[in-house]
Design a binder for this molecule. Structure first.
Ligand SMILES: Nc1nc2c(ncn2[C@@H]2O[C@H](COP(=O)(O)OP(=O)(O)OP(=O)(O)O)[C@@H](O)[C@H]2O)c(=O)[nH]1
Ligand SMILES: [Mg+2]
Length: 253
């Protein structure tokens, strides 16, 4: 079982075979399920209260907090490296990095000259609002800045945990398959922007751009979509325009 969110991987997994649905066969399974649901509800309620506290802090200091979510390796840190370098001097940035282990990503961000804090979650598969609160108290991001929060690479559990962010940005890369929005709907439903990364690899992989967009819109018709490549730089300007627009919109009148 996941150490923090109660991800149900410990003897209570519902198995589906194509064309055949298993039904739970023991009362014990139902009991176990009930307990898991109660624990999860308590954890999420507590998280939501702390997320509101974070949101209040961000609003008071006019900090634009963005929660970057994706499966491992989609290019979250690469996107940040490009953004922090290309927009240096134009916007003020701070970064919170979330990973189970290592300071690899924080080291990459530090190399761009940006203020960064690494959170290692150990066995945890997502960041939560409490972790972000502590990180923010330590790093004290400047007023009127953009705070990027790179979540743990995982398209499932981070969807449930509000961190107090203004926008959630989901990143997928063309090597992951165009069915991801349908398979992980919560993440796409709770995000406002979807970045499709690694478009430089499109000639080499079977990935249908129109299909992935249609799948994403099926889950969330308001979702904005930007195609880009952190490697070639194609499409990055659209992302920078989106970011600047959000910064302008966040400024007090
Ligand atoms: N070809 C190609 N490779 C990319 C692109 N963006 C990132 N990569 C590569 O993809 C790999 C993973 O990139 P990261 O930025 O570390 O991905 P991440 O989402 O931060 O990974 P985790 O933090 O481990 O979840 C690296 O080898 C990058 O160089 C891109 O646009 N095109
Ligand atoms: Mg990373």
């Amino acid at each position: 079982m996941c150490a923090t969110c109660g991800c149900d991987a410990d003897g209570n997994v519902t198995m589906h075979e194509p064309g055949h649905q298993h039904q739970p066969t023991h009362e014990h399974t139902y009991e176990l399920h009930k307990k898991v649901v109660h624990v999860e509800k308590d954890i999420l309620q507590e998280n939501d209260l702390l997320a509101q506290r974070n949101r209040g802090y961000f609003d008071a200091k006019n900090i634009l907090a963005l929660n970057l979510v994706s499966s491992p390796g989609s290019g979250k840190t690469s996107l940040l490296e490009r953004t922090l370098t290309d927009l240096k001097g134009q916007l003020e940035f701070a970064v919170i990095e979330g990973d189970q282990q290592t300071t690899n990503d924080a080291d990459r961000i530090h190399a761009t000259g940006t203020k960064v804090v690494q959170i290692n979650t150990g066995k945890g598969c997502h960041l939560d609002a409490h972790m972000v609160l502590h990180a923010v108290q330590g790093m004290k991001p400047k007023a009127d800045s953009v705070l990027f929060i790179e979540n743990v690479g995982n398209l499932v559990c981070p969807a449930m945990f509000d961190l107090g962010e203004k926008e959630r940005v989901v990143i997928i890369s063309v090597t992951e398959g165009d069915d991801k929005p349908l398979k992980y709907p919560d993440m796409f439903h709770s995000s406002t922007l979807c970045i499709i990364n690694k478009t430089d690899l499109l000639p080499y992989v079977p990935f249908d751009m129109e299909k992935v967009k249609a799948n994403a819109k099926k889950i969330n018709h308001r979702l904005e979509i930007i195609e880009l490549s952190c490697t070639s730089g194609q499409g990055l300007q659209q992302w920078y325009d989106w970011l600047k627009e959000k910064v302008l919109a966040a400024e007090p009148a």
